[in-house]
Design a protein around this ligand. Sequence first.
Ligand code: SAH
Ligand code: SF4
Ligand code: F3S
Length: 457
Amino acid sequence: MTEHKTRFYIETYGCQMNFADSEIVNSILIESGMEAVQTAEQADVVLLNTCAIRDNAESKVWNRLKELRGLKKTNKAMTVGVLGCMAERIKEKVIEREHLVDLVVGPDAYRDLPNLLEQIEDGRKAVNVLLSLEETYADITPVRTSGNGVTAFVSIMRGCDNMCSFCVVPFTRGRERSRPVESILGELKQLSDEGYKEVTLLGQNVNSYKFGETDFTRLMDFASQVNPEMRIRFTSPHPKDFPTPLLHLIAERPNLCNFIHIPAQAGSTTMLERMRRPYTREQYLNLISEMKSIIPGLALSTDIIAGFCGETEQEHEDTMSLMREVEFELAYMFAYSERERTLAHRKMEDDVPEQVKKSRLTQIIDQQMAIQLENNLKEIGATHIVLNESDSKRSTEQLSGRTDTNKMVVFDKQEYRPGDYVSVEITDATSATLIGKPIKKTSLTEFFSQEINIQNR
Ligand code: SAH
Ligand code: SF4
Ligand code: F3S
């Protein structure tokens, strides 16, 4: 018997889906009578929600687990658990061999957590890594303990069926399934009532969302009508089947942001084939032209992998040239890291030497930083609508927020508050941030109707 409520602490690694999942776990544990705390030191139960996408993501978790072993020496009753995408891979292995972990729970088994924690109280280790064909946690309202109260993530689907040859996600998160529309819209309504101003809809491949008659475009249509002053973003769509009607919808609706993250991964058709990405360089570039022509002022971001199996110098150059051609406003760039169970691991050779991978990645990053700086400097003098998120990292006298096009802007706080939309004139820029001068508080409806007036004049 414990005298106080059992205290838990969740540390989250990896992508936004994992952050959204941690909020579901929060909800499940609080519902079961436990209490959330803000540090591992205060907690009876420490949970790491882990990522397996690349080797360095896993190393971070292993290092943290070793640190926690130290903490466990001073607090013997402490339970340490691994949740998320590493769970499937490590299962009993860690429990038996390393004695670092008492509990391993996969992404589809979070409802079982209270029960598994009870097993541990009885002195047993607990594992549940079963993946599900149905679980979407549709009836669970996430508890957002660590957010800014302005922006939130909402999962609309789970798992992935794409089987890109490099990617471990289909193995860690299982088959693709869509969450019921009503449950998504209910959560959006609740967030809007609580004062949230921006929601990002999450899935590994959002354009394959399908629930009954509702496809992704229809879902976005419904989502944008929940509150015309609440911005809607989404990540990630797949280039193979991006719906054109969605582009028109984004162009029409002020609260559908003019920003699309559209992972290319590589710039040559031969490489895309090996990656099992079912589109060619030309199809990708055509999609980008279509996007830019339908949505004026559209900003784009992407994911790129350097040094995948068999990558030739020419294929690397093709990736570089694709990135120059599109001029992404932002890119997440990675060196290929082989993952067990993937097609690449089973059938291909991880044959690009480490230094070559690194040097290609550096070239890709350097070029992208130069493009970003150039693009951001062009923003000087422009006026953007910025949603204030929080104090800036450097100073409590400054606010930071994002433009409709997802660029970070920092400006003097004055009378403005997180959650306000402010029109901001851009006065300076780096490759990562815009610096601005606030003009006045505004709303999406007001700002975009004025912009249309200016364009029409
Ligand atoms: N479903 C999303 C991607 C999720 S993983 C999508 O398809 O866009 C995020 C990114 O990690 C991927 O887009 C890819 O660029 C990168 N990634 C995935 N597996 C990787 C690996 N084995 N090595 C290096 N980067 C990888
Ligand atoms: Fe991985 Fe491809 Fe699925 Fe994205 S679409 S999660 S890269 S398998
Ligand atoms: Fe990592 Fe799992 Fe996300 S592997 S990137 S946390 S889906």
